[in-house]
Design a protein around this ligand. Structure first.
Ligand code: GRF
Length: 228
């Protein structure tokens, strides 16, 4: 056996669950990325709180276990819903949770269970544009650069230490849909990269910030509009 194959056998991949509510394009990006042999995480479970969410069928096609735990029947008892989810995650020895279009506010209790072990992706450059309709609001403000953020989840919505951000130039003729499409393709790049860093033990949380033991950032600036 060569040194490389020994290393492959011994690499312990982190067990990841993805929580979704809808189409699951970020989920798909994570699943695809995790197929790489050197990826430090494996996607072992996809949970949806909405029956028939489109992402469920995609995950199943990739051979990943899927689970629907509908939030609706629990009504206002958010913790009861989360306890059901927590047991499913615990039963499968999940180590990291990725929220990917999971349209349900989480209680501080659930967030605490996954402190420093739960990531979310938000379609804006946080701390700008927390909440909904980020692309509409960015266009209404006339910003020239917009983007997406992967961050650790804390009880306060769309806050928490930022792991990675990706930016796009905003064009004068952008509509919320055209802008959303360009931001989404950035999301599909940064979520797998951020998970690679976190699952690979290359991030440290210090004073509310996430420091990264990665190769660094390029020096070239994104300037928008470009006058050339
Ligand atoms: C993405 O834009 C993500 O940033 C936000 O919800 C959307 C989910 O899309 N949190 P998808 O289900 O991953 O396609």
């Amino acid at each position: 056996m060569t040194g490389i194959s020994i290393w492959r056998c011994e690499m312990q991949k982190r067990r990841v669950a993805i929580l979704i509510s809808g189409r699951g394009s970020n989920m798909t990006a994570l699943i695809e990325a995790a197929k790489a042999e050197d990826f430090p995480a494996q996607i072992v479970l996809v949970v949806s709180n909405i029956a028939n969410a489109a992402g469920l069928a995609i995950a199943a096609k990739h051979g990943i276990e899927t689970l629907t735990i509908e939030s609706k029947p629990f009504g206002r008892d958010r913790e009861a819903f989360e306890r059901a989810m927590q047991s499913a995650l615990a039963e499968r020895n999940i180590e990291l949770v990725c929220l990917a279009g999971f349209l349900r506010l989480l209680t501080p209790w659930f967030v605490q269970q996954w402190d420093k072990r739960m990531l979310n992706i938000h379609p804006a450059l946080l701390p700008s544009y927390r909440g909904l309709h980020t692309h509409e609001r960015a266009l209404a403000d006339g910003v020239k650069i917009h983007g997406a953020t992967v961050h650790f989840v804390v009880p306060e919505m769309d806050s928490g230490p930022i792991v990675m951000q990706g930016a796009v130039a905003v064009r004068d003729d952008d509509t919320p849909d055209t802008l959303a499409a360009r931001v989404l393709s950035v999301e599909h790049r940064i979520y797998p990269d951020a998970l690679r860093l976190v699952a690979g033990g290359k991030t440290t949380l210090e004073g509310g910030h996430c420091r990264t033991d990665a190769s660094g950032s390029p020096d070239d600036a994104l300037i928008s509009p470009s006058i050339i």
